[in-house]
Design a protein around this ligand. Structure first.
Ligand code: HEM
Ligand SMILES: *[C@@H]1O[C@H](CO)[C@@H](O)[C@H](O)[C@H]1NC(C)=O
Length: 321
């Protein structure tokens, strides 16, 4: 009798452990297959039409997912608007005058709400939109894991501290990625995102005027549209990949080998340090970059999601319900 009640106790405990670990559920690729079967085509068509209007939008959407995941996990926090009583992440240094694509996210969300209201989180929409953007611009595809829920909060200071600035050195980049469970190889692969999109003069001015590990004719070219003195031309844009800024390819790594990285942080990946060999490898063969990138995006998408009954499914990505 006593033994059997101990056994019962153990069984109850085992079940509890099982359920608790279930509540902290893993993301899964088929999370919405029953509740929103039209999700993927709906997101894809809105992403594709936005990129048809402006190719850069693919880069902007990809970056939003990065800026979401690096700040308290992939929870849609980057999408929340500031209000008089709420300070979100949109005006954090890495986002202010820089993060874009929020209107496209709104369009995707409305299209998704039309086919399955109240079901799909904004955090998951960002994850799918990032994948679809990469694919639309010629990059690899992967199965997006889903089941994230949306935060009720955001943190400007966490965004300022969590997203590495372009002045970062290699050790800082490695340790920041490592603190989120991303390896040095993931860092290099994910940085390959800079094969698309644009940066503002203010993000690369110090590099093109002051650094020596830069191709001099490339520096002069960039100086022509980015004046030396801060305050003038701060928002002038230059492509992160000088060759094919709207194609998701490995030219970014070829640039680095030629000392034509635009950001200080880009060139850090090929500057005589431990990541040189990874960059060389990616510059020579597209396929290892493509598969490493896809795997690293899945890993980045796994950073501390809200699941189960945590968080909420926002109705409007810009505000908490
Ligand atoms: C390794 C550390 C990283 C640093 C220091 C960094 C920094 C930057 C900076 C400074 C810009 C230009 C912003 C501006 O001037 O307005 C930029 C743009 C961009 N970043 Fe990164 N980034 C990093 C990693 C990543 C990752 C991991 C991704 C995606 C997975 C990413 C995707 C992008 C994209 C696509 C753009 C262009 C956005 C557009 O044109 O709208 N970056 N990044
Ligand atoms: C270049 O470096 C000098 C000396 O550190 C500094 O005064 C100057 O502001 C820098 N110029 C740019 C464009 O960053």
């Amino acid at each position: 009798m006593a033994t059997s009640s101990i056994f019962n106790g153990i069984a109850v405990l085992a079940l509890l452990v099982l359920f608790t670990s279930n509540a902290k559920a893993q993301l899964s690729t088929n999370f919405y297959s029953k509740t929103c079967p039209k999700l993927f085509p709906t997101v894809k068509s809105t992403v594709n039409s936005a990129i048809s209007k402006e190719a850069r939008m693919g880069a902007s959407l990809l970056r939003l997912f990065f800026h979401d995941c690096f700040v308290n996990g992939c929870d849609g926090s980057v999408l929340l608007d500031d209000t008089s009583s709420f300070t979100g992440e949109k005006n954090a240094v890495p986002n202010r005058n820089s993060a874009r694509g929020f209107d496209v996210v709104d369009n995707i969300k409305s299209a998704v709400e039309n086919v399955c209201p109240g079901v799909v989180s904004c955090a998951d929409i960002l994850a799918i939109a990032a994948r679809d953007s990469v694919v639309r611009l010629g990059g690899p595809s992967w199965d997006v894991k889903l089941g994230r829920r949306d935060s009720r909060t955001a943190s400007q200071s966490a965004a300022n501290n969590g997203i590495p600035p372009p002045t970062s050195n290699l050790n800082t980049l490695i340790s920041r990625f490592s603190s989120l469970g991303l390896s040095t190889r993931d860092l290099v692969a994910l940085s390959g995102s800079h094969t698309i999109g644009q940066a503002r003069c203010t993000s690369f001015r110090a590099r093109i005027y002051n650094e020596s590990n830069i191709d001099s004719s490339f520096a002069r070219t960039r100086q022509s549209n980015c004046p030396r003195s801060s305050g003038s031309g701060d928002n002038n844009l230059a492509p992160l990949d000088l060759q094919t800024p709207t194609s998701f390819d490995n030219n970014y790594f070829k640039n680095l080998v030629q000392k034509k990285g635009l950001l200080h942080s880009d060139q850090q990946l090929f500057n005589g340090g431990s990541t040189d060999s990874i960059v060389s490898g990616y510059s020579q063969g597209q396929s290892s970059f493509a598969s490493d990138f896809a795997n690293a995006m899945i890993k980045m998408g796994d950073i501390s999601p809200l699941t189960g009954s945590n968080g909420q499914i926002r109705k409007n990505c810009r505000r908490v319900n």
